[in-house]
Design a protein around this ligand. Structure first.
Ligand code: DQA
Length: 148
């Protein structure tokens, strides 16, 4: 099963960016962790990050065409990008939305994600463990569908 782990703006600065909010794990470590989890679970995981909305939308179109699973941290776009939401709505595989921080315990503008309504499920506030949990969920879906 092909899985894209897609990250939105500023997540490339993990580890440096507000570590009190997002933790000490660097983006490079996050990529390595997701790849290791993918290997362990037999998922074909590709991890990407962009600060350009059009690029993310292109990746979502690619995932839709391939019927791939997606783990998406839309970062700040979660809160206002109808374009990202519309691209997510076109996906044909499962979509797990991940937030490292607990967006509900932060500033009010972060409490709502326009993406969540079109996601299969949402994980937030569990730090970078959220990515691993999302991949575990997708592997479970794959196993259940293989069993029929
Ligand atoms: C985030 C939360 C967003 O509000 C923020 O804009 C981010 C990261 C998170 O992972 O906790 O960039 O999605």
């Amino acid at each position: 099963m092909r899985v894209y782990v897609l990250n939105g703006p500023n997540l490339g600065r993990l580890g440096i960016r507000q570590p009190e909010v997002y933790g000490a794990t660097s983006y490079a470590d996050l990529v390595a962790n997701c790849q290791a989890t993918g290997k362990e679970l037999g998922l074909d995981v590709e991890v990407r990050q962009t600060d350009a909305e059009a690029e993310l939308i292109g990746w979502l179109h690619q995932a839709a065409d391939e019927e791939a699973g997606v783990v998406l941290n839309p970062a700040a776009w979660s809160h206002y990008s109808y374009a990202v939401r519309d691209a997510c709505a076109m996906l044909r595989g499962p979509l797990v939305e991940v937030h490292i921080s607990n967006i509900h315990a932060r500033e009010e503008f972060r409490h709502h994600s326009v993406v969540s309504a079109v996601a299969t499920g949402v994980i937030c506030g569990l730090g970078v463990d959220g990515y691993r949990l999302a991949l575990l969920h997708l592997a479970g879906l794959r196993d259940r569908s293989a069993r029929g």
